[in-house]
Design a protein around this ligand. Structure first.
Ligand SMILES: [Zn+2]
Length: 109
């Protein structure tokens, strides 16, 4: 389960940033094409945050849809999952966004 390692990384980063101050709220952005499961991150978060400055922090996860460009007709296609189809019928899509995983906001006490 790679979400555990990802969540651990996120907590390391936010705790370093907070410099010992208690963290109130964290907003994460996990693109729908990132192959990271937000529910798994939520689950790991509580485990990993225990005993750190992030313990008890509110975790909010934003899941932006992916955007791709069709290589056949050049249209833009919105993707909610890694597999999609353009309105022209093509599945030859080039991903533009939706793979991001980042800390969008951090609120400390
Ligand atoms: Zn197309």
């Amino acid at each position: 389960m790679h979400e555990l390692a990802i969540t651990q990384d996120i907590i390391n980063v936010v705790c370093e940033h907070a410099q010992g101050t208690k963290i109130r709220r964290i907003v994460l952005e996990i693109g729908k094409l990132s192959a990271v499961l937000p529910d798994a991150v939520r689950f790991c978060f509580e485990l990993c945050a225990e005993g750190t400055a992030a313990e008890g922090a509110e975790l909010e996860i934003i899941e932006p849809s992916g955007l791709a460009r069709c290589r056949i007709c050049d249209n833009h296609v919105t993707l909610d999952r890694p597999i999609g189809r353009c309105s022209c019928g093509s599945t030859d899509l080039e991903w533009i966004s939706g793979e991001e995983l980042k800390i969008k906001e951090l609120e400390v006490a």
